[in-house]
Design a protein around this ligand. Structure first.
Ligand code: MRU
Length: 366
């Protein structure tokens, strides 16, 4: 996607050296900052402190992290150490494990002197694959939005509610939940997006709104508790969200608060879709609520908020009484029964084992 007139991906290798560049998402929407990762340790820190975030982008950053590790030391011991450390940076998004395992499968059988170039090539392939997959699922989702527009008599914009940021900033390009919106918008289908602010880190208010504004997509930011009210009043045609891990049975783990939106959608007969690359399916898990590890982050993300002052400075302020404890779960699980359908790179399917296997039959044995 473009920032101004310049096309950007969220991660790219340096043209002349071994380092890797990323967009520092902590600075958005107020500043556009490019950060440089020079070692696997810096890649690990970037994932943990959310310089980069979003399930597919975490996977690509993990892959480039292993390339940086092979650049410094291509030994078996360095491969094992960097793999374990990168894997431990964030627990919920399965794309991290997926990206690291794809890299290790390729690198382990190679001689150490062959690993550096192979690692950079494979990390680049992972990034390119993500772009192609998100573009493909975006087209399938755009068809859904176009159909909703036809069903509405082509008389008004289609209102889509989304939660968190599952746009191009969360992937290498295009996004998951936002890719259908971008494709529909570019095809001339009028779309308006309700953007959940997504406390505590405000990925919706900061990142989704930033992306949609850059692409010229009409949108309105709402606080997290508004969705149910909007749905009761017929102001939402469909919900589309992303996911950090989807079980083989179709349970969906996404940013905290997604489950409540799915409940409200179910109660109001609003279709609730989840857009995902197949790298987000954990074929080894069946029961999302009991099996998916849920990240718990620092209480400071709840007790404090960061923003830009009228004077243009970035400031962090406390919004809670000193001494009141706070709890900060990053994700929740929406059971498959509340999901209308999954939008994947191979098309739409039911959120169920049969639905997923109808599109990805090779996973039957996993
Ligand atoms: O904690 P984050 O910002 O990494 O969480 C991201 C999300 O929950 C996204 O919705 C998810 O990764 C799907 S992204 C394409």
């Amino acid at each position: 996607m473009k920032i101004g007139d310049t096309p950007f991906r969220t991660i790219w290798p340096d043209r002349d050296g071994p380092s890797v560049h990323v967009i520092d998402q902590r600075a958005l929407p107020h500043r556009f900052v490019v950060a440089t990762l020079r070692s696997w340790q810096e890649a690990a820190t970037a994932i943990r402190d959310m310089t980069v975030r979003g399930a597919p982008l975490i996977g690509a950053t993990g892959a480039y992290g292993l390339a940086l590790a092979m650049q410094a030391d291509p030994s078996d011991a360095a491969l094992a150490e960097s793999f374990q450390h990168l894997l431990g940076t964030r627990p919920t998004a399965v794309n991290l494990r997926w990206g690291l395992e794809r890299m290790r499968r390729l690198l382990q059988p190679l001689r150490p002197d062959q690993r550096r170039d192979a690692a950079y090539a494979e990390a680049a392939a992972i990034a390119d694959d993500d772009v192609a997959v998100c573009s493909a699922l975006g087209q399938h989702g755009a068809d859904l939005i176009a159909q909703a527009w036809t069903d509405a008599g082509r008389s008004r914009p289609i209102n889509v509610l989304t939660h968190c940021n599952a746009g191009w900033l969360a992937t290498v390009d295009w996004g998951t939940a936002l890719a259908p919106i971008y494709k529909a918008h570019r095809a001339g289908v009028p779309v308006h997006v309700w953007v959940d602010e997504t406390r505590p880190r405000n990925q919706g208010a900061s990142l989704t709104a930033y992306e949609l504004a850059a692409e010229g997509v009409p949108h309105t930011i709402v606080v997290d508790n508004v969705g149910g009210h909007l749905m009761q009043h017929g102001s939402v045609d469909l919900c589309i969200v992303g996911t950090d891990r989807t079980t083989r049975t179709g349970d969906v783990c996404n940013k905290i608060g997604t489950y409540l939106k799915a409940l409200a959608a179910h109660d109001n007969g609003v279709p609730f879709y989840v857009a995902l690359p197949s790298s987000t399916v954990d074929w080894h898990m069946r029961d999302g609520v009991r099996e998916i590890p849920i990240e718990e982050r620092e209480a400071a993300e709840v007790t404090h908020m960061t923003g830009e002052t009228e004077a243009g400075d970035i400031a962090t302020v406390r919004v809670t009484p000193k001494g009141s404890p706070a709890l900060n779960y990053g994700f929740d699980v929406t059971p498959a029964r509340l999901v209308t359908g999954l939008i994947t790179e191979r098309g739409l399917c039911e959120a169920s084992e049969a639905g997923l296997l109808s599109l990805f039959p090779q996973a039957a044995a996993a």
